[in-house]
Write a protein that binds this ligand. Structure first.
Ligand code: NOJ
Length: 735
């Protein structure tokens, strides 16, 4: 331990010395060059781009980093150019590696539904290994924006609505991407994004404004970023939104005061795509020069694609408006990461053909994708049909009809951000293939597409109905296309698109038992299905091995254990909807209570499916809640809460046991419930175990009205269960 601390200190000293010496040799132009990042659009637009020849700019040391350039060949070629610059400073290659790279994994929201931090870390680890083998040094992930609005397409990239869960997932992903530390050949720099509060865009409309109290910003939206920084996050990305009128890119409160000040962040901040220049249309900067000034003063270090730094920073320094010290600080942060990545020692260390080749079709990675895919699926409903739960399917089902536009689809399983290999159809396992393979010829498989994802064509209905009638059981696969959620993919209507629900109704009217698979990048609204279809699996977008993962769950080779990371609304009118809301002065007693209470007269308050919810093929009883004490000391106090968990059903399985608290009275009102811990456990059927949670007074801190992070003495309820509806209750006081 001591030895490794010593080694780290020596490394930091060496890095500092090297970078300071380099900096002292750099001209202002060369410094500004390091702050400039370009998109590698050679393929699309040819060499000469409207703003000049990028290759020449790289050769002249005018570019610090490139994005969307991948593969050993291409990165090597550009790195060679960068090394022709006067000071031979290498480039960093960045890329959106959001849910896998060569092998794609479930979208991050889906992976979060596994509540399995170890698996999420491993998924990021594999993605980093594959990306690094293709010459990538830096991923623009994890996305750690808390979001309570499923209309916002970018919920697919994050960990959902909860700050505690979001923080844990952020740490797991940072650890996964950065592995044993930058400088290792399979580690890439992580980038926390989007800083900050992007998920709170008004109306769920992408790029929209954010207006919230600083208390809420600090309590709900910033903690996952802070947790990522504490875990060693290398870089941060600005968000497109303004926060209370100040664009995040020019926001010195979040960048200088919080991130680089209070949190002591040592990495660098990259703008989002063009977000420095976008401060002009925001109406926050007079022109692009003013935008460069405001972004630099606020603490944005690298300019992705707006060219404002390239065009104006020199002038701003010469006019005395931007102090040289700020430029030096930004450049130094970037050079330090290049040093840590080992690029000054060997700029081509990520350019190795053999390593790249080995990752082209890594079977171990595919096996893992299948596993995490199955663990990301959430069983929403599993009613009995003929006296037996419909799922899992078995060899008793002699003929199975597979219906729906997602059954034979491949790219649709990929999810929005699989941009490195967008058309990878040959490698993606369709649901049809996965299911057919899993039946091992016990059952006859029938198929009809039925309809498209998003149009009004009903011409396939008749064939689908005929096919359904011939089968013992029907599996219908519906949802939204892989490009209907993601960046710039906000939807005001989050029902099943096109005529899919109509198709479902017709199939159900045939009287055959129906299992519904829902493929989506967000919580959808599917009230009719939820009330009328006996079995529903939420299958998100699961990536390369989607078909196999789904088949494993359908046939019980894996007993589903996923839990929702977001509340699922009954309809769009309930949005924003989240479990940890305040009580109000007029809380409704229940869903029926409409008597001058906080309620809709035409809709329940409760979600269709709550945060933390998900079924299993077995059942778990959680009982005997015990607290180690009914009192916790205000300073440095701790209590333990234990429960007995019994697998009382007929299958072995995993359960996510969740701990929530409620602070009954505060100097500011407190949420009705707050997640403070969870454990995912495996129990064989009939097995019982005791699990214990520790809760400290630090876990009970919150932001008061003066935005100070404090403990307040008072009474607390504590709940343990398997969703945010947990009712098993204890009580303690903080004193
Ligand atoms: C814009 C997106 O908002 C961001 O998440 C992404 O990393 C960049 N483009 C680069 O592709």
């Amino acid at each position: 331990m001591l030895l490794s601390l010593f080694a780290t200190a020596c490394f930091a000293q060496k890095a500092e010395k090297f970078v300071n010496e380099l900096l002292s040799k750099m001209t202002l132009d060369e410094k500004i060059g390091q702050l400039n990042q370009y998109n590698g659009d050679w393929g699309a637009t040819g060499k000469i781009t409207p703003d000049g020849d990028k290759e020449t700019q790289i050769k002249n040391g005018m570019v610090g980093s490139m994005l969307n350039v991948m593969g050993v060949d291409k990165t090597r070629k550009l790195q060679e150019l960068a090394l022709q610059s006067r000071l031979h400073i290498p480039l960093i290659f960045g890329q959106d590696v959001i849910h896998g790279f060569r092998t794609t994994f479930p979208i991050p929201l889906a992976e979060t539904a596994s509540w399995d931090l170890g698996l999420m870390e491993k998924s990021a680890r594999i993605a980093a290994t594959e990306a690094a083998a293709y010459g990538i040094h830096w991923t623009f992930a994890p996305m750690i924006d808390i979001s309570r609005d499923p209309r916002w397409g970018r919920v697919m990239e994050g960990a959902g609505e909860d700050t505690y869960l979001g923080s844990e997932v952020a740490v797991a992903r940072v650890k996964g991407f950065q592995g044993n530390g930058l400088g290792n050949i399979d580690a890439v720099m992580a980038c926390g994004k989007h800083f900050a509060a992007y998920g709170a865009a008004v109306g769920g409309r992408d790029y929209n404004s954010v207006d919230m109290s600083y208390r809420q910003l600090n309590e709900t939206y910033l903690p996952p970023f802070k947790a990522a920084v504490d875990a060693g996050l290398a870089t941060m990305m600005n968000s497109f939104n303004d926060i209370n009128g100040v664009p995040a890119t020019g926001n010195s409160y979040i960048l200088r005061d919080k991130l680089k000040g209070e949190w002591n962040f040592k990495g660098f901040v990259v703008s989002d795509w063009g977000s420095i220049g976008e401060m002009v249309p925001h109406g926050f900067a007079q022109d692009r020069k003013d935008a460069a000034l405001k972004a630099m003063i606020a603490g944005s270090d690298m300019d992705m694609e707006s060219r404002c730094y390239r065009d104006y920073l020199k002038q701003l320094v010469n006019e005395g408006k931007v102090p040289m010290a700020l430029i030096d600080d930004a450049v130094k942060r970037i050079l330090m990461t290049k040093y840590e990545l080992g690029l000054f020692d060997d700029p081509f260390r990520f350019c190795n053909e053999a390593r790249e080749k080995a990752q082209e079709n890594n079977l171990g990675h595919r096996k893992f994708a299948r596993e995490i895919g199955a663990k990301s699926i959430v069983l929403l409903k599993n009613n009995a049909v003929n006296g037996q739960n419909l799922l899992p399917l078995s060899s008793q089902h002699k003929s199975i009809a597979l219906i729906g536009p997602f059954m034979k689809a491949t790219v649709a399983n990929h999810g929005f951000w699989s941009i490195a290999f967008p058309d990878d159809s040959a490698r993606i396992v369709s649901q049809y293939d996965g299911i057919k393979h899993c039946t091992k010829n016990h059952s006859t498989i029938l198929y009809a597409k039925g309809c498209n994802i998003n149009d009004n064509d009903r011409s396939g209905f008749a064939e689908a109905l005929e096919t359904a009638k011939k089968a013992d059981v029907v599996v219908v696969s519906l949802g939204e296309a892989h490009d209907m959620s993601g960046e710039a993919k906000s939807r005001s209507n989050i029902h099943l698109p096109g005529v899919q629900e109509e198709l479902l109704k017709e199939i159900c009217a045939s009287g055959k038992p129906v299992v519904l698979l829902i493929n989506a990048g967000r919580p959808l609204v599917f009230d009719w299905a939820a009330d009328n279809v006996p079995a529903i699996l939420y299958t998100w977008w699961l990536g390369t091995e989607a078909g196999n993962s789904i088949a494993d769950v359908l046939f019980g080779d894996y007993n589903p254990s996923g839990k929702l990371p977001m509340s699922f609304p009954r309809t769009e009118g309930q949005i924003p909807i989240y479990y940890n809301h305040y009580n109000t002065g007029r809380p409704a007693k229940d869903d029926e209570d409409k008597n001058y209470v906080s309620a809709y007269i035409d809709l329940s308050n409760s979600p269709k499916y709550p945060f933390g919810y998900g079924l299993s093929y077995t059942s778990f009883d959680i009982a005997n809640l015990r607290l180690s004490s009914s009192k916790m000391a205000l300073n440095g106090g701790k209590i333990e809460a234990s429960v007995e968990v019994k697998n009382s059903g007929n299958y072995d399985g995993e359960e996510v046991v969740q701990l929530y608290i409620r602070d009954l009275v505060g100097s500011v009102v407190r949420p009705v419930k707050e997640l403070k811990g969870f454990k995912k456990i495996f129990l064989k059927k009939g097995e019982t175990t005791t699990i214990t949670f520790s809760l400290t007074s630090d876990d009970l801190k919150f932001y008061n009205n003066d935005v100070q992070f404090v403990n307040e003495a008072g009474e607390y309820d504590l709940f343990v269960g398997n969703s945010s509806n947990a009712t098993l209750k204890g009580h303690f006081s903080l004193e």
